[in-house]
Design a protein around this ligand. Structure first.
Ligand SMILES: Cc1ncc(COP(=O)(O)O)c(C=O)c1O
Length: 344
């Protein structure tokens, strides 16, 4: 391990914070380093990636940043494909500074241009067939990387009754939950999504809360593992991130805010149960947005009155960015429309 690798290891190692007597948070500086490193190492081990070889991926931000940090330290030749609504100039410059080639697709509607990004990536792969594509959405190594987190949680906390986590690729929640459920078969798993993400059946649409949610359904999301899904709008997620900072001095990103909101509610409702929540990244990237008063003041509906609890739905429906809803999913397989999209 080089000096740079030592330093990166600190980013993928969470600190455990106790938010309430029965609520623990695994706070990552940059969670995506964990699966990124694991996927690259596995690919090198079985010959899919040679030392210093080409790597390409489509990303909405943090996975690309993790790959770029690893590429800089380990000398890979990295190409990233993203969309204008997902990557601002600051992040783009940072990725390029780390040595990555960055392709940005225009998406004036703010859709994230998931399909167009995949098309561009396929063209890159066709051009250089020796390129390794980590495929965070479908590569099972994404989930398997979280064995380390499950071990750390078990070592530090012991028995866990409930795991709460954001869902984008599904890797962190389903990976960590898969290992924990081997140890604690009764484990409740709660997925945190946002309105107009297709992961649990909403129609795709503009999303203000990014990093979690998706406009395609990755196979690393195992619907049949999930007990309950929460759709948290951007505004309550931002408010919750502020409270994490104010009440616990935890400076975390907005998806952490969404997950913490749900986990705190569950922990209050189940004082006898131990709840663990995964907080995926820190707040630095969001200083000019989620932590900026002017940016917030321009948002429709801000400031939002902090909801104490979600509205429980009996059917899948999207709401506005101020709302927080929940549905008992009951470990059902992917809904039919999602299966159709996946072609299964
Ligand atoms: C900031 C942030 N939060 C949450 C997630 C969702 O994690 P996962 O992809 O493991 O489902 C991501 C994924 O990229 C992310 O970048």
């Amino acid at each position: 391990m080089s000096g740079g690798d030592d330093f990166l290891a600190a980013y993928e190692t969470p600190r455990l914070a106790r938010l309430a007597p029965n609520l623990f948070a695994a706070c990552f500086p940059l969670m995506k380093l964990l699966p990124a490193r694991f996927m690259l190492e596995r690919a090198q081990a079985d010959g899919r990636l040679r030392s210093g070889g080409p790597v390409a991926e489509t990303t909405s931000g943090t996975f690309g940043l993790a790959l770029a940090m690893l590429a800089a330290v380990r000398g890979f030749d990295l190409t990233l494909v993203s969309a204008a609504s997902l990557i601002n100039d600051t992040l783009r410059r940072r990725l390029e500074f780390l040595g990555a080639i960055v392709h940005i697709i225009d998406d004036p509607e703010g859709s994230g241009a998931q399909r167009e990004r995949l098309d561009r990536l396929n063209a890159i792969l066709k051009d250089r067939p020796e390129t390794f594509w980590p495929r965070q959405y479908d590569n099972p190594d994404n989930r398997l990387a979280y064995g380390r987190l499950a071990e750390g949680i078990t070592h530090e906390i012991g028995h866990v009754d409930c795991l709460v986590g954001c869902v984008g690729s599904g890797g962190s929640l389903c990976g960590t939950g898969g290992f924990l459920r081997e140890l604690f078969p009764e484990l409740t798993m709660i997925a945190v999504d946002t309105h107009r993400s297709v992961l649990f059946g909403h129609a795709a649409g503009r999303r203000l809360l990014r990093g979690l949610g998706n406009s395609i359904v990755p196979s690393n999301l195992r619907h049949e593992m999930v007990d309950e899904v929460h759709w948290v709008g951007a505004l309550p997620a931002f408010g919750s991130a502020h409270r994490l900072h104010h009440d616990h001095a935890l400076f975390m990103g907005p998806t952490s805010g969404a997950a913490a909101l749900v986990a705190a509610w569950h922990a209050r409702k189940h004082p006898e149960a131990v709840t663990v929540v995964i907080l995926p990244d820190e707040g630095h990237r969001y200083q000019n947005t989620v932590y900026d008063d002017e940016w917030l003041a321009a948002l429709d509906g801000w400031p939002v009155a902090a909801p104490d609890e979600p509205e429980t739905l009996d059917r899948i429906e999207a709401r506005g960015e101020s709302e927080w809803t929940r549905l008992v999913w009951d470990r059902k397989p992917a809904p039919t429309m999602i299966k159709a999209e996946r072609g299964v």
